[in-house]
Write a protein that binds this ligand. Structure first.
Ligand code: FEO
Ligand code: CA
Ligand code: CA
Length: 632
């Protein structure tokens, strides 16, 4: 921080950016305004204020902080780098068979649809562990596939051939895998009765306010209550009652239209589809070629049956996953679950698209251990966030009265409902995480090149605003809020920015980042986010690894840990070439950290983890301390 003080953004500079200084305003008034903001936040350390104030910790605390590791530098090596004293084991890779009758991964063919259905899926993302009956179950999202990696036969990034397309489909979904620490290493337990692949073909229930609505009915399901499968499951959540939440994100990229398109306004693509990015062409998956339901010209309601949070009981391999329409339909990143002081269940969620919104769900019922839980994610109120530039904010309920839409429709066309109430457009809300040590919630706003440039897909204005203060935001930031009175169901909150990512070696203005960013810890595009049991917040990146221009010196994607109190951020891990680091959880004894390494070599320049000429494979790694100590 010291080396770059002149190049980083001070609190006052940030405050000025958020509340532009009137012409006649003098320096003293700016300082006064900054100080009153701190007072207003009631003790929350407004971002950058630690450095700006010269610090309020003892010198010993400031020197050691709460970090158990020494920061590492950036890296462009095709490997996972961690601090000295830590080690990395690859635990499971895309294509590893989960049953002994499954085929081992074949480097030449990269598998078949049949082998993939019996193997760990691709592109590991959100995950969590569930201790059950003396065993440990790991539930992992397999978000998507990179067509040129999964198939040696892909043409221009498009899967061709029925089996290759089906293989790609079977690499999606969720994997439930028993894991165990055997012979000094964490390993998959093949043939465990709990092992399960949930795929785009798995039967699911549609539940909650939208279930049974006409917009969810199809030829195959005239009830609008039964659907097949889940895909593009990004981040996750875990409920207090031990179920897993898989969040459907870019569900739109799998639909296409067989309409003979001759102009820019195809009849099969409705305005409602456009708001969610459903278009005449898919993103290269070719699913409509093997399954007609992905053809919106024939089945226009199918896209309405995706874009939800899916609740899965990992302890019952025969259970039917439930799509929870009460939590809204959008490009769900993850679902951060909190039990409020009064027992109501609160779920915070982001919609990852440029200029979309942050949501909160509050159950009507209360959680009580042992009592029925089925209604808790089906019966509640959905809210959307409005951030004011003065550091306060409000949750606006999405109801027929506020939106002019009927109850079911709010939960199908949730983006439109949120636009109707004037929600604050955000810089791509990614993961949300609630601090277990304090009533505060953090959300990564990963980047937004359209900020201040053009409206979102619903036409909402995206001029810079309080929590999204930079035009053409290519670095991202983390916003945090504190519910009024520590009550997660309260109508209001206060907010500040925990960090503005940036590059102080390239810029000397707001794009240098906040004062807790410096040449030694800089990063771009915060995405994954999780708190450990000590209250440190872990930040995973999915950004540019160009390592030049605006991103010079930032290396490969990385994982850092932040202290919520001091604002200090230290780099803990750097991933292999062209990967994203996403997904984080810990063993129950907190001696192992499980981390997801997604899509190494997405542009053809990695052979991790096998090395040599091997096909790059997404994988979950187990990170431990060499002295066997705690890792979070
Ligand atoms: Fe799948 Fe928004 O990341
Ligand atoms: Ca993400
Ligand atoms: Ca991302």
């Amino acid at each position: 921080m010291k080396d770059n003080e002149n190049h980083t953004l001070s609190f006052d500079e940030f405050d000025e950016m958020v509340n532009p200084r009137p012409e006649e305003c003098d320096f003293d008034r700016i300082v006064e305004s900054a100080l009153s903001r701190r007072g207003f936040l009631g003790g929350v350390m407004a971002f950058g204020s630690f450095a700006a104030l010269g610090g309020s910790l003892t010198s010993a605390e400031a020197a050691s902080g709460r970090f158990a590791f020494d920061q590492i530098g950036t890296s462009t090596a095709d490997d996972v780098i961690v601090p000295s004293g830590y080690k990395v084991d690859v635990m499971m890779r895309w294509g590893d068979p989960m049953w002994s009758d499954g085929a081992e991964f074949d480097e030449a063919t990269r598998g078949t649809a049949a082998s993939q259905e019996r193997s760990f899926g691709d592109n590991t993302d959100g995950m969590d562990v569930f201790p059950h009956d003396g065993k440990l179950l790991l539930v992992v999202n397999n978000e998507y596939t990179n067509r040129s990696i999964i198939s040696a036969k892909a043409e221009d990034g498009r899967l061709v051939g029925e089996d290759e397309i089906a293989k790609g489909m079977m690499a999606h979904g969720v994997s439930v895998v028993e894991i165990a620490f055997v012979d000094g290493k964490w390993q998959m337990v093949k043939d465990s009765p709990y092992n399960r692949r949930i795929t785009p073909k798995t039967e699911m229930d549609l539940t909650g306010p939208a279930a049974g609505h006409d917009l969810l009915k199809t030829d195959a399901d005239p009830t609008g209550t039964k659907t097949l499968g889940t895909w593009n499951n990004c981040g996750n959540g875990t409920t207090p009652w031990g179920t897993y939440l898989a969040c459907e994100e870019n569900f739109n990229g799998y639909f296409s239209s067989s309409e003979d398109v001759k102009d820019d306004n195809p009849k099969s693509i409705t305005p409602a589809m456009k708001r969610y990015g459903v278009n005449t062409e898919d993103w290269g998956y070719s699913w409509a070629e093997i399954d007609e339901r992905f053809d919106v010209a024939k089945h226009p309601n199918e896209p309405n049956r995706a874009g939800y949070v899916v609740e899965i009981d990992p302890t019952d391999p025969n259970s039917t996953p439930k799509k929870r329409t009460a939590l809204g339909r959008f490009k769900h990143e993850n679902a951060a679950t909190v039990v409020n002081n009064d027992g109501r269940v609160v779920v915070y969620m982001g919609d990852d698209e440029r200029g979309e919104f942050v949501y909160r769900y509050v159950s009507n019922g209360v959680y009580a251990p042992g009592a029925p839980t089925d209604d808790l994610l089906s019966d509640g109120v959905l809210y959307v966030a409005k951030f004011s530039d003065n550091g306060t904010g409000a949750w606006v309920a999405l109801t027929p009265e506020t939106t002019g839409m009927d109850h079911a429709e709010i939960h199908i066309h949730t983006r439109q409902a949120a636009s109707a109430v004037g929600a604050t457009t955000m810089d791509r809300p990614e993961w949300v995480a609630a601090n277990p040590k304090a009533p505060e919630v953090y959300c990564c706003l990963t980047n937004n090149k359209n900020r201040g440039v053009k409206p979102n897909a619903g036409g909402d204005d995206t001029a810079v605003n309080g929590p999204n203060p930079r035009e053409k935001n290519n670095y991202g930031q983390i916003v945090r809020w504190r519910p009024d009175s520590g009550d997660h169901t309260a109508p209001g909150f206060t907010w500040d920015l925990y960090v503005l990512a940036g590059n102080p070696t390239v810029h000397s203005d707001a794009y240098a980042g906040s004062s807790n960013v410096n040449a030694d810890n800089m990063f771009n595009s915060p995405d994954g986010l999780a708190f450990d049991s000590n209250g440190l917040v872990w930040i995973q990146t999915d950004g540019s690894y160009k390592n030049e221009g605006d991103f010079a010196g930032q290396g490969n994607n990385q994982m850092l840990a932040g202290d919520p109190v001091t604002g200090e951020i230290r780099r803990f891990m750097v991933g292999p070439n062209e990967c994203e680091i996403t997904g984080l959880t810990w063993s129950p004894d907190r001696r192992t950290m499980f981390v997801g390494i997604q899509h190494p070599g997405e542009r053809g320049n990695s052979h991790w983890p096998g090395g040599g000429d091997s096909v790059p494979r997404s994988a979950i790694i187990a990170v431990t301390r060499e002295d066997g100590g705690l890792v979070g």
